[in-house]
Design a protein around this ligand. Structure first.
Ligand SMILES: Cc1cc2nc3c(=O)[nH]c(=O)nc-3n(C[C@H](O)[C@H](O)[C@H](O)COP(=O)(O)OP(=O)(O)OC[C@H]3O[C@@H](n4cnc5c(N)ncnc54)[C@H](O)[C@@H]3O)c2cc1C
Length: 503
């Protein structure tokens, strides 16, 4: 396989446009779904030197269902970094939902696969080449290689695509998790991508840290709330021997990962440039990554498997591996690892243990930082550290009444642990909004909960602000129009009175 390490900037609009469907669905991790709305624009965004592979399928067709994981293997090769040369984008079209597209491309049997440069799809696909009777990923690869005179190969790791990673640990099916939490998933994804970027740019990827790297990636591969991040981490695990072999051929440990690992992007392609949402500070130097990491840790705990007796233990292993080895904020690392080495931490076994432990640990840090920030006049004044959640955000979470708001930043609160667990599952996981809990935007207290709501698409955030501005602008426009109309009426009446206008 020839690999072009250069960045493919043209991919940004193509992926953003086409992945709108992908992000919101659990259908496929690597294949990009095309719809009537995004088809033309997506194809026209692909440069003429690249190729598109499009599978037209029907969800009810049993052969399509069997073929789906095979097609995903092909997508996993071509729709990820580093890009191949020539570049190939792998798409699919659901012919039940997008019947018009399938008629346009004269699809008579499922699955139908078309392949060609973007231009070949302009005349209803007549210029594209057709692959019939594909059963396996190898059939598709052979077809592509024959057409292009290439020798692209699928990952040689036979564990890819099944439920075991390179350590032989069992992974959950990708479809298991859905994301409906309050926290900003864009922040969670950005923190994930940055966690790898910072690892890659550090000098910490040395042989004795390989296990910690695998533990962190395994946790993300299992629990990440964003499907493509889970898929990306699985792909990384299954290809790890190729990019970071455990031993070199002579049997001695190699110096570290190969340069190819530096180009890995587990998910969120092109997303790290965007602004933080819930984690946006009031200055560029505040909040951001460390806030994103907390959000990631909390969502990873809330996404752990409830029925697994040791899901919390595994979560703890992954988080400790990452913070202890790769979180290079020294003071954060030292404090966190001290908390993670206590007897309380050792008792973490289930999901509930993990979710509550993480919340308490975070509150301990908040308590310490509230004092430090007050004493040193640091931190982000718009987001004062407090015992989270505030009494207003979750009334059932506390058993004692907090009489003054100031008390919310003290450690005197008595918590109702069951209510707290329910609240955390709602905020960071798939849980329902607990009774008695108001929507975050209604929290009267300035600070984190309100900030998260302001940036959260569900509560409007920027969209709501622009909506209000639009309404205000429309109102002003109406007043101006009315004024102009009244003035012209008055003038005409005046002119009429003067006999300047015809009757
Ligand atoms: C593991 C770790 C250890 C750290 N240790 C230190 C340290 O020792 N010294 C230091 O100066 N900085 C430390 N930091 C950074 C610090 O904790 C904050 O992340 C940073 O100051 C930014 O604060 P923030 O206002 O964005 O809120 P953050 O504390 O980053 O919290 C992010 C969001 O999580 C939610 N939240 C707050 N508390 C809780 C809770 N208890 N449970 C669930 N959700 C909650 C809120 O919505 C909040 O906006 C650490 C960060 C991490 C990830």
């Amino acid at each position: 396989m020839t690999v072009d390490p250069l960045s493919f900037r043209w991919l940004l609009p193509v992926i953003l446009l086409a992945s709108l469907t992908l992000v919101s669905s659990e259908k496929a991790a690597f294949t990009i779904e095309l719809t009537t709305e995004n088809f033309n624009q997506t194809l026209s965004g692909i440069p003429s030197s690249a190729f598109a592979l499009i599978e037209f399928f029907a969800p009810w067709c049993p052969h399509c269902q069997r073929f789906k994981p095979q097609y995903e293997k092909v997508a996993a090769l071509f729709n990820t970094e580093p890009r191949t040369t020539p570049d190939i984008m792998v798409f699919n079209v659901d012919c039940v939902a997008q019947g018009e597209l399938c008629t346009r491309y004269d699809v008579k049997a499922y699955p139908a696969i078309l392949f060609g440069p973007p231009k070949s799809f302009e005349t209803n696909g007549q210029g594209a080449q057709k692959l019939n009777n594909a059963n396996t990923a190898d059939d598709v690869m052979k077809f592509i290689n024959n057409r292009l005179g290439q020798n692209f190969v699928l990952s040689t790791d036979t564990t890819y695509g099944n439920t075991y990673n390179s350590l032989g640990e069992q992974l959950k099916p990708l479809e298991n998790l859905t994301a409906s939490m309050q926290v900003s998933l864009a922040d969670v994804e950005k923190a994930t991508v940055l966690s790898y970027e910072y690892m890659f740019s550090s000098k910490l990827l040395v042989p004795h840290n390989r296990r910690a790297f695998v533990q962190w990636t395994t946790l993300l591969a299992n629990n990440h709330p964003v499907p493509r991040c889970r898929a990306g981490c699985r792909h990384l695990l299954s290809s790890l021997e190729e990019v970071w072999p455990e031993r070199n051929s002579s049997g001695s440990p190699p110096p570290g990962p190969l340069p190819a690992l530096q180009r890995w992007r587990v998910c969120g392609r092109h997303r790290t440039d965007g602004d933080w949402q819930g984690c946006k500070g009031s200055a560029p130097t505040t909040r951001g990554y460390s806030c994103g990491l907390w959000s990631l840790f909390h969502t990873l705990s809330a996404s752990a498997e409830e029925s697994e007796a040791d899901a919390g233990f595994k979560w703890m292993q992954g988080v400790k591996a990452f913070v202890g080895t790769f979180f290079t904020c020294q003071v954060c690392n030292t404090h966190f690892m001290a908390m993670a080495s206590t007897a309380d931490a050792a008792r973490v076994s289930t999901r509930k243990d993990a979710v509550l432990w993480m919340w308490q640990a975070h509150n301990q840090v908040n308590l310490r930082l509230a004092k430090e920030e007050a004493a040193t006049d640091t931190g982000d004044p718009a987001f004062p550290k407090m015992q989270w959640p505030s009494p207003a955000s979750c009334p059932p979470c506390r058993t004692t009444e907090v009489l003054h708001m100031d008390q919310a930043s003290q450690d005197g609160a008595d918590w109702n642990m069951d209510a707290m667990y329910e609240y955390l599952l709602w905020y960071y996981g798939e849980g329902k909004r607990p009774a008695g809990v108001a929507l975050p935007a209604r929290d009267p207290r300035p600070g984190p909960a309100v900030a998260v709501a302001a940036g959260h698409p569900r509560w409007g955030g920027a969209g709501q602000v622009s909506h209000v501005l639009l309404m205000a602008a429309s109102g002003v426009g109406l007043v101006v129009c009315a004024y102009v109309w009244l003035r012209s009426m008055r003038n005409s009446l005046a002119k009429n009175k003067k006999g300047l206008l015809p009757p």
